[in-house]
Design a protein around this ligand. Structure first.
Ligand SMILES: [Zn+2]
Length: 660
């Protein structure tokens, strides 16, 4: 059956989705994971900070017991097919036998439990009577045990937003963080155990509709409430946002690992366009009346034909092809995509193509990507090779397409099955799956969405009863509203509102308070250097996270002791980043910013007066501005500007009296 729909060109793309005027209804559920500022891990007494070089290594094979998975869980089966071994790296200061799964968990860290209860109360959430530790099956190796321990602390409640608005809370959990991923290739995945077991609070909000900016505002408000408790970690990587997102009531896609707030907006925009694009692709397929059984019944799969193409491509002039076929036990297969001509390259929105979605899936199996007929001949694959492939598939030009994949024999088999499944799903639009956020605000496929039946009781830890007395005793620690916190900062440090907000939102509030407490430097000055100046360095493309709190503190101590001038602080910090220095004093030396003696200052200013007598004669006191400029160009950063100004004024008076 030949489609009557016009062939869709792959070369033209429509403009990006205009979210405001599209009539698309986006629902977003925010889920945040916040590390707690505790002294120890959740189920042992190990330090959860400080990444020492690992001294111990052990290897485990990833082998999920299918019986434990219970009800069919596509994610578990999916991971199980990847057959990797996992290597763990540890150091005795940050992990013990508990992390290595050689010893049962100890009792729950009390401080972390208190924090979770306090945050639940701040969200008006109903605390459960008895807390049970549960095991949540994790099959990617990020937990040595094969599960993550989690506790439901409270359900329901709401987060207050500006203007008397609210967003509902689904639940508050206390859980252990996973191990830190170091590397992942086709054979081995490596993790560091330093982060494993670090206490996290997970807060899930009800799905909300709204613009990406409104969702961002909710995330910001929740983050501020958490930080106002002073019981959570700050800084990059200490808070992670996951979102559940769906358009027009379609399938829900879970996006993991959004670490920065500006990334959140981009991810929502990209994912909305991606989902709308998939719906349009499905509509186009349906218009062509491609009636695959799966369109009506999810369990039935249309078996697209798969043929081996290794012999056709052996000796190909394509580098991408020969790189694969040079290796042993590799193959190329082509999948015949009945009725898909033009669909794989069709791009309803920028960057949204079915071909690209399929390429993401084969990457999961460790293959580099796909070639498809909408983009061939290209990449060194010739017209005659394409014709031979089409011929073997009995492909009808102008109606059918093909997808070509190559790599290790067994991986190609898995990937071909996954592609066939995905092409069946293409007729239904958005596929429920788990995706990861990329740093530039896009999303990529990680795995199908896990089923919901993955929790088992942890028998090694006793349930914890929570009574009213405990809750009553914690009431005083429930964070004040964010507004009153800002008022408090403004009053205590005489900051204006803008600076108080900026210092609160920055990751360096503690550092600010520390510097103000231990030096005589004006709080306003400290706050503006730590916020505005660091922001402008970031805008210059410098990674200010590399400046440790200790470094910044030393710079302010030197200022306090009169070793450097105020003006030098930003110059020093910039130089340290540009030249990759760790030592403040080294930067000072490099810049020649050592304070100079009063005698030297006087000599320099005397010379400026002498050199400019003509100007002084002509302009009198009006020459001060010019003279100040000339003095500062020689002295900036080495002497306080006020001091230069005062010396200059008196010397100018002397000079004027000489002229008269
Ligand atoms: Zn430990």
């Amino acid at each position: 059956m030949v489609s009557r729909a016009p062939r869709i060109g792959s070369k033209h793309s429509l403009p990006d989705l205009d979210l405001k005027n599209s009539g698309v209804n986006v629902m977003v559920g925010l889920e945040i994971h916040q590390q707690l500022a505790s002294q120890s891990k959740l189920f042992c007494e190990c330090n959860n900070k400080g990444a020492e070089h690992p001294t111990l290594t052990f290897v485990r094979r990833l082998r999920p017991a299918l019986s434990e998975l219970g009800v069919y869980d596509p994610a578990a089966l999916f991971e199980a097919t990847k057959m990797k071994s996992i290597r763990y790296h540890s150091h005795p200061s940050t992990s013990c036998l508990v992390e290595a799964d050689e010893e049962p968990p100890h009792s729950v860290d009390r401080e972390s439990l208190k924090t979770a209860l306090i945050l639940a109360m701040a969200l008006h959430s109903k605390v459960v009577d008895e807390i049970h530790v549960m095991r949540k099956i994790v099959i990617d190796g990020s937990n040595t045990t094969g599960f993550q321990r989690t506790m439901l602390i409270a359900t329901g409640g709401y987060l207050e937003l500006e203007g008397n608005r609210k967003v509902g809370v689904q639940g508050v959990c206390l859980e252990e963080d996973a191990a830190r991923l170091l590397s992942d290739d086709n054979i081995t995945r490596e993790y560091s155990l330093d982060r494993l077991g670090t206490p996290l609070v997970e807060i899930a909000l009800e799905p909300m509709s709204g613009t990406p900016q409104e969702v961002l505002q909710v995330a910001v408000t929740l983050g501020r409430l958490l930080r106002a408790s002073k019981r959570v970690e700050r800084g990059i990587g200490t808070i992670r946002q996951d979102i559940n997102i769906s358009v027009n009531g379609g399938s829900v896609v879970e996006i993991k690992g959004i670490q920065q707030l500006d990334q959140l907006i981009k991810v929502i925009e990209f994912e909305t366009a991606r989902q709308c694009g998939l719906i349009q692709i499905a509509a186009e397929l349906s218009q062509r009346r491609i009636s695959h059984p799966s369109e009506h019944n999810e369990d039935e799969i249309h078996e697209f034909a798969v043929e081996n193409m290794t012999d056709i491509l052996r000796g190909s002039s394509s580098k991408a092809v020969t790189r694969i076929l040079e290796r042993e036990d590799t193959q190329f297969v082509a999948i015949k995509a009945d009725g898909f001509d033009g669909i794989l390259g069709y791009e309803p929105y920028v960057g949204v193509r079915l071909g690209r979605q399929l390429a993401e899936i084969v990457r999961f199996y460790g293959l580099g990507g796909i070639f498809h007929s909408d983009e061939l001949p290209n990449y060194g694959i010739t017209e005659s090779e394409v014709a031979a492939i089409k011929d073997r598939l009995n492909l009808i030009n102008g109606r059918d397409a093909f997808i070509l994949i190559g790599g290790d024999r067994d991986r190609v088999q898995f990937a071909a099955d996954a592609i066939i499944q995905r092409m069946n799903q293409a007729t239904r639009g958005v596929v429920p799956e788990t995706r990861a956020a990329t740093l530039d605000g896009k999303t990529i496929f990680i795995r199908p969405r896990p089923g919901s039946s993955r929790m088992y009781p942890e028998t090694d830890v006793l349930p914890i009863k929570i009574d009213d007395l405990i809750l009553e005793s914690l009431k005083g620690s429930v964070p004040k509203s964010f507004d009153s916190y800002i008022q408090d900062l403004m009053q205590r440090y005489q900051l204006n509102q803008k600076l108080a907000l900026e210092i609160f939102d920055s990751d360096r509030l503690k550092l600010f308070e520390d510097i103000v407490k231990n030096t005589k430097v004006q709080p306003t000055f400290v706050a503006s250097k730590i916020t505005e100046d660091l922001t402008s360095l970031r805008r210059k493309g410098l990674d200010t996270d590399r400046l440790s709190d200790q470094t910044i503190k030393i710079a302010f101590q030197l200022l306090d002791e009169g070793d450097i001038a105020k003006e030098s602080i930003p110059v020093i910090l910039e130089t340290m980043l540009m030249k990759d220095l760790d030592d403040v004093k080294q930067a000072i030396q490099l810049l020649g910013l050592e304070q100079i003696s009063d005698t030297e200052v006087n000599e320099i200013i005397d010379k400026i007066i002498t050199d400019n007598m003509a100007l002084i004669k002509e302009k009198g006191r009006d020459s001060l501005g010019t003279l100040m400029g000339r003095s500062m160009s020689l002295l900036r950063g080495r002497v306080d500007g006020k001091k230069v100004s005062s010396i200059l004024k008196s010397k100018l008076e002397q000079g004027l009296s000489r002229v008269k």
